[in-house]
Structures are given as C-alpha cells and as structure tokens.
Design a protein around this ligand. Structure first.
Ligand SMILES: Cc1ncc(COP(=O)(O)O)c(C=O)c1O
Length: 473
C-alpha cells in the first residue's frame, strides 16, 4: 500500500498522543485527587492570543499536555468520590480512542453503517440487561440531561397527540396544558429538561418524599387526582444523595390508571437492574414509558455517554423528527438521528459496545455489587468514628455523611471538613444540602476502586475530621 504524504507525520502525532495518554492513565491512582491549581497558572500556560502562524502538531500536543496537566483532575481514578463519576474501562477507553481515529459521523446509517449497527446492538443489550420491554427504542446521548430532554420530548408529543394536538407542528402556544409531576428529591436535570422543552420548570408539581427522598405513592395518587388532562410523572431510580429508589411498583400502576406518562431518571441507579441481588430495588421499572441511564457514570464508559430509552419508539421519533430533501429515506426502519436530539455527532456507541462486551452480563452485575459493597465498607468505617454521622441507609453506592463537633456549628464544621479533604488530595468528595443541613456525598462508581482505596480514603477523611476539631491526627 502506498502511503500518502503526511501519513508518517500523523503516525508520529498519534504515537505521541498514545504515549501521553498512557502516562496519564498509568499515574491516575497515584495523582493527588483534585490538585489545587490557580486558574491563573492554567491561563498562563493555555491562554493568550491565537498565534498567526500554525505550529507543529507534536509540539502542539506537548504544549497542551504540559499546560493542562496541573489542571487535570484524577476523576477517572479510584479515589474520586465526587458527584457520580465513573472511570474508564480499558476496552471502553481503547474503543473511544478508535472512535476518534475512525471519525465517523453517527447520525445516519449511510454515513457510518458500523456506528448504526453498533448502537442498535449495544442498545438492545442495555434493554435486556435492565429488563425493559424488548421493543424499547434507544438513543445514545451526551448524558442523562439530554436523555431526559429526548424522553420528555417524546412524552410531551405522546400525551398531546392523545388530545388530538400535534405539538411538533403547532408548537406549545395554544396547546392543552400538561400537568407535570416530580418527586421532592428529583434531580435538577429533570427540571432542566422541562425548562428547555418550554413546559416550565416552575410548573412542576413536587410530590412529597419520605426521609430518604423516595416519592410517596399516596401523595402522587392525591396529586394526580387533583388535575385533569394530559400528565407526565417523573420518578427516579437512585437519588443522587442517598441512592434510594422511588417505589416504582406502586407508582407505575397509578400512572397507568391515570393515563399519565411515567419517566424514570435512573442516571446511575438503573444499573441495579443488571444485578440479580439488587434488581428488587427497581421492581416495577418495566411499567414506565421512558427511562434515562448513563454510561459515563456506573458503566465506566469515558465521557460523554448517556442513553435515552423509550417504550414507544414512534413517540420518540415523532418528537425528534427532522427531514430535508438530501436526508436519508424518512421511512427507514431505524436511524440514529431518529432517536437523539442531534444530527451530526460522535459515534459514541463504540465505547459502550466495548464496555458491555468486555464486562459481559456477569461483569456488569459484579461491578455494581462490588461498588455497593465498597460503599457499605466506607459507611461502616466512618460510622463508628467520633464526629461522623452517616445519614443514609446505604442501599446502593452512595454514602451521605454529616460531620459534627461539640464546639462548632455542624453545618460550618461539615463544610470545613470537606474543604480539608479536598485540599488533602487523598480522595475527593463534594458537599450538598440534605434536609436543610450541610452534608458530604461519597459516591463509589469506579470499576478500579479497591478495598484498600476505601480504607485509605476513610483514614484520610477521619484525619481531616480530627484536624478540623482541633485535635492532632
Ligand atoms: C439522578 C441523576 N440524574 C441526572 C443526572 C445528570 O446526569 P448528566 O450529568 O449525565 O447529564 C445525574 C448526575 O449525577 C444524576 O445523578
């Protein structure tokens, strides 16, 4: 094969990129997690005006890697417990690199038959793993937020179509009012999706939740009885602070009786369905109309990776429908652009396909169960210590903690301990407000986290509690 001019240069650039990537990944477990870096340092290295003349590609990569390094967070590493953050499985990371090298436009079959078939296949695997209706349509989104957007666009379309109203054609002005419901502890991105869809986040009726954040079915029943016309209910599988699950087996029949569309936010918690020992937590999940789950959280696919799942694929397609004379046949059986809000986009199905193949059914269940066991280990270690109050029943991978001291206000003390933990760099966790008080969130979602990581992190957390209380560690 003759090689084009410039191929050798591309080889060298890719080799260097692979080398720099390998170095970073190899050092992940030993890097301080969340290093303190001044933004000015980064601006000095990476900012400034764009130069007139272009530069050698390898020199550009070196400059990027050198300049970015102090500002890179070891969030893919084993002791990053902030937000809900997964790492990157080796197969998924490798497939992600290939995705860039292949540079496929995944929007339509004809632009990348491989990307289409891989998303169709991986989508079917996810539906099977989660025990959802086999006919469910799946779209690959940037994350849960856009998956909510797509699912709730389908919901909006379907509930208005049942009233004889075509929202895609006519818009919302003059549309019948849709009653919107979400639990008190619903994730902010549910409200964001309603906001972006023109339904108004301020119009969402918040349904009372119990102390753990689970939507109360009696309150939902009552709230549904108070309204007429089309309705959308958002429940969740995996509350972001406590990890608890709304009682879907009670909520789904209420929605069905009322003809309300039920959407389930399972950004991370829906993966419990893939584990025989945890599946009971999502009992009734298959009674919903749409679901959201992320790949970049618990499946440990690199960013970005989310999935929208909709029982009635026709509703999803109606909501996201776009056409142009040069577009593929509108009657085509399945096109990626029918099921996500974008047209041109990254072929983000490849890393998901690789993650699922590399773990297999058993590996996925094992990953979820192992992370939950590590969360319990963390909670058990912290619970016995002076000044630590574990606030939640650790049913999944989330641990919610409040720090207390005899001499200081608990909110201020909790924030101070969090500050110290973040500055220490052994592990990283973030703060939240729970039931009106400050708390720390520990989310264990990384496939590479070990018992030793948890023990080392717990020791660092306790040392910060003692130091904040003025005692010597
Ligand atoms: C329950 C829940 N829903 C939605 C989201 C938003 O996910 P994303 O950042 O992928 O859009 C999160 C993120 O933590 C979450 O925990």
């Amino acid at each position: 094969m003759t090689r084009r001019a410039g191929t050798q240069e591309t080889d060298l650039v890719l080799e260097r990129a692979a080398g720099l990537g390998r170095e970073f990944v190899a050092g992940l477990a030993d890097r301080p997690v969340g290093p303190p870096v001044a933004v000015e340092t980064l601006r000095r290295a990476l900012g400034g005006p764009l130069r007139d003349a272009g530069e050698d590609p390898r020199a550009v990569l070196e400059a990027l890697a050198r300049g970015a390094d102090p500002g890179l967070v070891a969030s893919a590493g084993p002791r990053y417990f902030g937000f809900v953050t997964g790492g990157a499985l080796p197969a998924a990371l490798g497939a992600d690199w290939l995705t860039s090298a292949w540079d496929q436009n995944a929007w339509t079959y004809v632009a990348s038959p491989a990307a289409s078939v891989v998303e169709e296949t991986a989508g079917r695997w996810i539906v099977e793993l989660l025990g959802l209706p086999p006919s469910t349509s799946v779209g690959f989104t940037t994350g849960a937020t856009m998956a909510h957007f797509a699912a709730l666009a389908a919901a909006r379309s379907a509930v208005l179509a049942r009233c004889g109203y075509d929202v895609e054609e006519q818009g919302l002005v003059g549309a019948p009012e849709i009653a919107l419901f979400a639990g008190e502890a619903a994730h902010a991105t549910i409200l964001a999706a309603f906001q972006m869809l023109g339904l108004g986040r301020g119009r969402v009726r918040r349904v009372a939740a119990d102390d753990a954040g689970r939507m109360r079915p009696d309150s939902l029943r009552q709230a549904l009885a108070e309204v007429r016309g089309p309705a959308i209910v958002c429940a969740q599988a995996g509350e972001v602070n406590t990890g608890c699950f709304d009682p879907l087996d009670e909520i789904a029949p209420l929605c069905r009786e009322r003809g309300a569309w039920l959407h389930v936010d399972g950004a991370f918690g829906l993966w419990a369905a893939a584990s025989p020992t945890l599946r009971h937590l999502v009992r009734g999940v298959d009674g919903a109309d749409s679901w959201t789950v992320d790949g970049h959280k618990w499946l440990n696919v690199p960013y970005d990776s989310g999935y929208v799942l909709v029982r009635d694929g026709a509703a999803l397609r109606a909501a996201l429908n776009v056409g142009a004379p040069y577009y593929p046949d509108p009657a085509a059986e399945r096109e990626n652009f029918h099921v996500v809000p974008e047209s041109s986009r990254r072929a983000r199905g490849f890393p998901t396909w690789a993650a699922l193949r590399s773990l297999g059914r058993h590996g996925i269940a094992e990953l979820v169960e192992r992370n939950c066991a590590l969360a319990r280990r963390m909670a058990d270690t912290l619970r016995g210590a002076d000044g630590v109050n574990v606030l939640n029943d650790v049913v999944l991978n989330q641990v919610l903690v409040r720090f207390e001291s005899r001499s200081a206000d608990a909110d201020a003390f909790t924030r101070e301990v969090i500050r110290r933990i973040q500055a220490d760099g052994t592990c990283w966790l973030g703060g939240t407000t729970w039931r009106g008080g400050a708390a720390a969130r520990i989310s264990i979602s990384n496939a590479s986290t070990t018992e030793a990581d948890v023990d080392r992190s717990a020791a660092a957390i306790l040392a910060c509690v003692r130091a904040a209380a003025g005692k010597r560690a």
